[in-house]
Design a protein around this ligand. Structure first.
Ligand code: SF4
Length: 181
C-alpha cells in the first residue's frame, strides 16, 4: 500500500512512525540521500549522532569516507542513493537490534521497490542481516537476490584510519566495476 502511494508517502510514514522503541531516541528521521533514479543503492547500518541532528545519512566522518568510496567507484551524483537499515538513531550509537531492523524493513523495501536500483551494495554485516536474512555473502562477491545484484562491501566507518582495509575495498570495487559502469 505504501509503495502504491509513492515515495513521499513512504517518507511521511517514516517521519511519524512509532513502530519500534528507536523513535524515542530520534531527533530527526534519517530517510535517505541521493538520486531518485539510482543505479546503485547503498544500505548502511543506522543513523549516528550527527545524522540524528541533521536528518542526513552519512553526514559525519563515515560519510566523508563514503564520498571517497563513491568517487573511487566513478559514480556521479545521479547514480546513487544511500540509506540505513533503520531510520532512527539507536541510543548510545549501539547497533540496531533484530526486532528494530525487522520493524523498519517495510520502509527499506518500499524505497527499493520505488527507486528500483539495479545494484544494492550492503555496507557491512548489519545491512546483510537486514536485506538478506539467512544468507551469508562473501565480501566483494556479487550475487543475484530477488532480481537484483547484491554486493557486500565494508562499511565506510570500518575504513577510517585503516589503510589495508581501504586497499582491500578498492580491490573489491575494481573487480566489480562492470556492474555499474
Ligand atoms: S527505526 Fe524505523 S520502525 Fe523504528 S520507529 Fe524509526 S522509522 Fe519506525
Amino acid at each position: 500500500m505504501m509503495v502504491e502511494a509513492g515515495y513521499e508517502t513512504v517518507a511521511r510514514e517514516i517521519i511519524k512512525c512509532t513502530r519500534c522503541p528507536l523513535h524515542e531516541s530520534a531527533i530527526r528521521r534519517v530517510i535517505g540521500k541521493g538520486s531518485c533514479h539510482p543505479k546503485v543503492f547503498f544500505i548502511g547500518e543506522a543513523p549516528g549522532d550527527n545524522e540524528n541532528k541533521t536528518g542526513i545519512p552519512f553526514s559525519g566522518r563515515a560519510g566523508k569516507q563514503l564520498d571517497k568510496m563513491i568517487e573511487y567507484m566513478g559514480l556521479s551524483k545521479e547514480d546513487w542513493m544511500v540509506t540505513n537499515t533503520v531510520k532512527c538513531h539507536p541510543p548510545g550509537n549501539r547497533k540496531p537490534k533484530i526486532n528494530e531492523i525487522e520493524c523498519c524493513k517495510p520502509f527499506l523495501l518500499s524505497q527499493i521497490i520505488l527507486l528500483n536500483p539495479r545494484i544494492i551494495i550492503l555496507l557491512g554485516n548489519t545491512a546483510e542481516r537486514s536485506f538478506c536474512p539467512g544468507r551469508k555473502l562473501e565480501w566483494g562477491v556479487p550475487v543475484e537476490h530477488e532480481g537484483r545484484t547484491i554486493l557486500k562491501l565494508y562499511h565506510p566507518a570500518a575504513l577510517i584510519y585503516n589503510r589495508s582495509k581501504i586497499e582491500t575495498q578498492n580491490a573489491f570495487i575494481d573487480r566489480n566495476r562492470g556492474l555499474w559502469s
